[in-house]
Design a protein around this ligand. Structure first.
Ligand SMILES: NC(=O)c1ccc[n+]([C@@H]2O[C@H](COP(=O)([O-])OP(=O)(O)OC[C@H]3O[C@@H](n4cnc5c(N)ncnc54)[C@H](OP(=O)(O)O)[C@@H]3O)[C@@H](O)[C@H]2O)c1
Length: 312
């Protein structure tokens, strides 16, 4: 059992749920926070905050000093160019791994990668997640590590897929790409539980794990739309959006975001990710090695997300 854990990304969507779960199992948690993000500190839990940045080695050394484990949830999910992602998703991983590896205790390192790492050719984001995994395995030396490759993760405070679910909940479903596309999904609390299961157990060292919500074979977008229709009890109108139009919108979005100095979510690479036919994960190895089983079904997760405390 790891008693002292360093975490990154604790102000983000996934990281704050993982932080809460680690704290509730009695770990002493030290969390990295950027000075400009102090206002995003979760209020229900009080870890030991370390002010710093993945680009500042000195702060990473303070973060991992004497810990038993490092849970690396921080990452960049929006951006236009390769370097927007590589700076943090690759160089940031390498820096944190080196800081952890320098510890005499050789803490276990848990990296939140992505199923996107399976298809690095699709986008700068996907390539950065694959290269981030390499940055870990190359620099880890004898330090034990685990890589997680979650599929699309959703929950009440998500900013990526939740806007789409909310459109569907209001009755409009933009449908992009082919009806054959299949995706795995995972509710954020089940992701946190999977990480905690690995932190608690010794198995799975030097392993990479995929995961999903227990629905083997994933979902079609029609399955997701039907699930949301069952929750709100109304008809959802499908609007087929031609892929070339989405590509054009993505290119324009990148240009406008550059002018405004913002990091875009919809990019040509994101369109290639969205239209990729196979985002189905497999959690057999994770369950075998740790006993983790997902608890939240798509219906329950969507209900909590769209009608729960934070639902709109
Ligand atoms: N969301 C998904 O569906 C999904 C699926 C698979 C994998 N993932 C991976 O999971 C990880 C977390 O995703 P998320 O959805 O929770 O993202 P998020 O909500 O955008 O959170 C990102 C976190 O990373 C931190 N961060 C970014 N740049 C940093 C830097 N230079 N130094 C220190 N911290 C920095 C952010 O800190 P600030 O608050 O200071 O910005 C924030 O805490 C990412 O690695 C992502 O690739 C996400």
């Amino acid at each position: 059992m790891h008693r002292s854990i360093a975490i990154t990304g604790a102000t983000g969507f996934m990281g704050r749920v993982v932080l809460k779960r680690l704290t509730s199992m009695g770990c002493h948690v030290r969390a990295l926070i950027r000075p400009a993000s102090m206002h995003k500190r979760p209020t229900q839990v009080v870890p030991e905050w370390v002010t710093g940045d993945l680009e500042d080695m000195e702060s990473l050394r303070r973060l991992v000093d004497g810990v038993d484990g490092v849970v690396h949830c921080a990452g960049v999910v929006r951006g236009a160019g390769r370097m927007d992602f590589e700076r943090i998703n690759v160089a940031g991983v390498a820096r944190l791994v080196l800081a952890a590896h320098a510890q005499p205790s050789k803490p276990r390192f848990f990296l939140i990668s992505s199923l996107a790492a399976r298809e690095p050719h699709l986008s700068h984001y996907a390539a950065s997640k694959r290269n981030g995994e390499k940055a870990l395995t190359i620099n880890a030396g004898r330090m034990p590590w685990v890589i997680f490759r979650p599929p699309a993760v959703y929950g009440p405070e998500d900013r990526e897929i939740l806007p789409l679910f909310r459109w569907m909940y209001r009755g409009i479903a933009p449908v992009i790409g082919s009806a054959e596309t299949r995706i795995s999904l995972l509710y954020v609390e089940d992701l946190a539980e999977a990480i905690v299961c690995c932190v608690k157990r010794i198995t799975g060292v030097g392993r990479s794990y995929e995961m999903h919500d227990g629905h083997t074979g994933g979902y079609s977008w029609e399955d997701v739309i039907d699930a949301i229709a069952r929750i709100n009890g109304r008809t959802i109108y499908r609007i087929k959006v031609p892929v070339p139009l989405v590509r054009l919108a993505a290119s324009l979005n990148v240009a406008v975001s550059r002018m405004c100095g913002q990091a875009p979510m919809l990019t040509p690479g994101k369109v290639r990710e969205l239209t990729h036919p196979d985002w189905v994960g497999d959690h057999t190895a994770l369950t075998r090695d740790t006993g983790w089983v997902p608890k939240v079904t798509l219906h329950e997760g969507l209900r909590r997300t769209l009608q729960g405390r934070y639902g709109k």
